[in-house]
Design a protein. Structure first.
Length: 238
């Protein structure tokens, strides 16, 4: 897996998840076999506690000097900071049109517009798959508004699990985080939704309607959003 995490988004996502589960089980995590800077950065990004491998020192009969790796770690953390900032900037640029359209839809709903008109501009964006409004108790209000290019909307096999009025989303992190932080856009990691055959990223936003909180959600096609940018694919997976 250490070899694969630098080139496979799925392996990167599993890698981070495995480390997270081990931490929750009360373990420290040592990632072995680190041979390149890219692998060391992936392990750092996944919150590994310890790392081992030829990238740090070759096998030897004696321990290296105490401060032999100081310069290496200084470079590694400098690169990590730079990559983190670059990714945040890329994510902001790629998501900005969708976040702006989501904000406009929230304003329109707050002003009394009907849902179909409020989310029209959001549905017209290239990577949008669907929009849906959820009440404060987690139950969906009305059917999802699907885009014309949504595969899921035209696939009759998905009809039995297609969200409808009353579908409950309270178990989903994107709903819970939005309700806990009204007025702030929430962004998920990529995941496969039961509502469609594509990995998606969900943006959610809690707003006040008729005296109670509601959450407006929009699912984005993750592959279309990332394009062929492997670095963005792997970082977003984290």
């Amino acid at each position: 897996m250490t070899r694969r995490v630098t080139v496979e988004p799925l392996a990167r996502r599993m890698f981070a998840g495995i480390i997270s589960v081990l931490h929750e089980a009360g373990a420290l995590v040592c990632v072995e076999g680190i041979e390149t800077e890219a692998e060391a950065l992936c392990a750092t990004d996944a919150d590994a506690d310890l790392m081992q491998g030829n990238y740090f020192a070759a096998p030897a009969a004696r321990l290296p000097a105490e401060h032999a790796c100081d310069d290496l770690f200084a470079r590694l953390f400098k690169k990590f900071r730079a990559e983190t900032i670059e990714f945040r900037d890329q994510r902001r640029v790629r998501l900005q049109p969708y976040i702006a359209a989501l904000a406009d839809a929230v304003l329109a709903l707050s002003a009394g517009a009907d849902r179909s008109n409020a989310v029209r501009a959001l549905l017209d964006l290239d990577c949008t798959e669907r929009c849906y409004l959820v009440a404060g108790d987690g139950s969906q209000i009305g059917a999802s508004a699907e885009t014309e290019h949504s595969i899921a909307a035209r696939d009759s096999r998905l009809t039995p699990i297609r969200p409808v009025t009353g579908t409950n989303w309270q178990t989903k992190p994107f709903f819970r985080r939005a309700i806990e932080a009204p007025g702030k856009v929430q962004i998920t990691r990529p995941y496969l939704s039961a509502t469609g055959p594509k990995l998606c990223v969900t943006l959610s936003y809690a707003l006040s309607l008729n005296g109670s909180y509601h959450v407006l959600c929009v699912d984005l096609d993750f592959a279309a959003l990332a394009g062929d940018d492997l670095a963005f694919l792997t970082k977003m997976a984290r």
